[in-house]
Design a protein around this ligand. Structure first.
Ligand code: S3P
Length: 463
């Protein structure tokens, strides 16, 4: 593999002062965040750029792709499946695809590292054509449920073997001619929906997928951008129905990746919580199925101004201006969960600094993310001296000063690491987070960018 292919960046980040941030980072109070924070590209759209580019006929040029470990793992997997992927000198990426039915069986297992999105979407890709691939991943990914994806793929004709309980490693042999899907998902999950849609590209006839609420619809809109016929509608009972006409020829189409609203969540909350902050965060993706946290923080009294709303490369984007604010706890409605599913850990951190209680319900899906995020967030906040009550699908945080002065383990979960580094900015004593290399999965240079805007993150010692 040459250095123009999706090789993994080295773990850790380097600050402007040249200091290396390794696995352990300590976060302390600072005088507020200011200036402009340039968040990296959207992770969901970046994964899908490599996948759809590799399944299209022709050459797709992608600018603004997130060069995080998760996305690069998807890029390497698509190369192993036969796509031609190259990083160009201007930092854009060029993907020459082989069509929806032209991929090949890889020689070795596809290792998707920490990435649930990568592994689940690629399972759909392989299930839809007569090739065989084995999927594996890191310790965290190997604990996560895969049957929710492989069950509907088996119904479409794929042959699947997996470890006990539907866990990785999973081997899939795709169907010669997949059956059109007629799938009703129990959970609002873009990963399940996308896997089925990708397998359905080669099916005869129209596939239909129903989910209990609309989850992020990047696959639907990007498939349309590549020439597929996809229809979607939210029904009166709030269920979301998607239809795709099969036997599609995808045509290469250039992509501009917006900046990731889920990554923007960290500087946004850090600025709201820290006195003296006045921060600009430009070019953030504003797909309405991703903006639940912004809505919630504004309801809590957050001073967030959204301006310059525009369409860039077919995606809604806007500039955010965030100032320090006193937040007040609210009830976050369960129907909002899908639009902010990755943002609950950082919302829980924000809630520790709010007046009163913040109640989050309908969040059982958090239990099957990179970690059991309800338990890990609640235990971590409690260890820092905060107060959280939780049960199977809810979490209630009571705002109060937080002592800090402890060490939190990321447990291979990037959003846990970044959330507790954010809490360390307002706790009475610094918070140390171990296992920070995982931040590279979604937010390379997080510590460097934070410090560039005034944060006080220092390389720590220890595990
Ligand atoms: C993603 C979907 C979400 C989200 C993940 C990215 C995607 O998972 O948590 O970080 O890109 O499709 P679910 O759809 O399973 O909730």
């Amino acid at each position: 593999m040459s250095d123009t292919t999706p090789s993994a960046p080295s773990a850790g980040t380097t600050s402007s002062a040249g200091q290396l941030f390794g696995e352990t980072i300590m976060s302390g109070q600072h005088g507020g965040l200011g200036g402009q924070f340039d968040v990296p590209g959207d992770k969901s759209i970046s994964h899908r750029s490599f996948i759809l580019g590799g399944m299209a006929i022709g050459t797709t040029r992608v600018t603004g792709i997130l060069e995080g470990d998760d996305v690069l793992a998807t890029g390497r997997a698509m190369q192993a499946l036969g796509a031609d992927i190259e990083r160009l000198p201007d930092n854009s990426w060029q993907i020459t695809g082989v069509g929806t039915n032209g991929l090949v069986s890889p020689d070795a297992p596809l290792d998707l590292g920490n990435s649930g999105t990568g592994v689940r979407l690629l399972m759909g890709v392989v299930a839809g054509q007569p090739i065989t691939a084995t999927f594996c991943g890191d310790e965290s990914l190997s604990k996560r449920p895969m049957a929710r994806v492989t069950d509907p793929l088996e119904q479409m004709g794929a042959k699947v073997t997996s470890r006990e309980g539907g866990r990785l490693p999973v081997t899939i042999t795709g169907a010669e001619t997949p059956l059109a899907a007629d799938h009703t998902s129990k959970v609002a999950s873009a990963q399940i929906k996308s896997a089925v849609l990708l397998a359905a590209l080669n099916a005869r006839g129209t596939s239909i997928i129903r989910e209990p609420h609309a989850s992020r619809d990047h696959t639907e809109s990007m498939l349309r951008h590549f020439g597929a016929s996809v229809r979607q509608a939210v029904q009166e009972d709030d269920t979301h129905h998607i239809e795709l006409d099969g036997e599609v020829v995808l045509k290469a189409a250039d992509i501009i990746v917006p900046r990731d609203p889920s990554s923007a969540a960290f500087p946004m909350v850090a600025a709201l919580l820290t006195e003296g902050s006045d921060l600009h965060i430009p070019g953030i993706g504003m797909n309405p199925l991703r903006t639940g946290l912004i809505t919630t923080l504004i309801e809590m009294g957050g001073d967030i101004t959204i301006s310059n709303e525009r369409i860039e490369g077919g995606e809604a984007v806007a500039d955010l201006h965030v100032r320090h604010s006193q937040l007040t706890g609210i009830d976050v409605p369960p129907e909002r969960a899908a639009s902010m599913i990755d943002e609950y850990p950082i919302l829980a951190i924000a809630a520790t600094q709010a007046h009163g209680e913040t109640r989050m319900t309908g969040v059982a899906e958090l239990r099957v993310k990179e970690t059991d995020r309800i338990a890990v967030v609640a235990d971590g906040i409690a260890a820092c001296g905060g107060t959280v009550r939780y049960d199977e699908d809810s979490m209630t945080v009571t705002g109060a000063p937080v002592a800090g002065g402890v060490t939190i383990a990321s447990q291979h979960d990037h959003r846990i690491a970044m959330s507790f580094l954010t809490l360390g900015m307002v706790s009475q004593n610094p918070i140390t987070v171990t296992g920070c290399g995982t931040i590279n999965t979604s937010f390379p240079r997080f510590a460097e960018l934070m410090n560039g805007c005034g944060a006080n993150l220092t390389a720590g010692t220890g595990a």
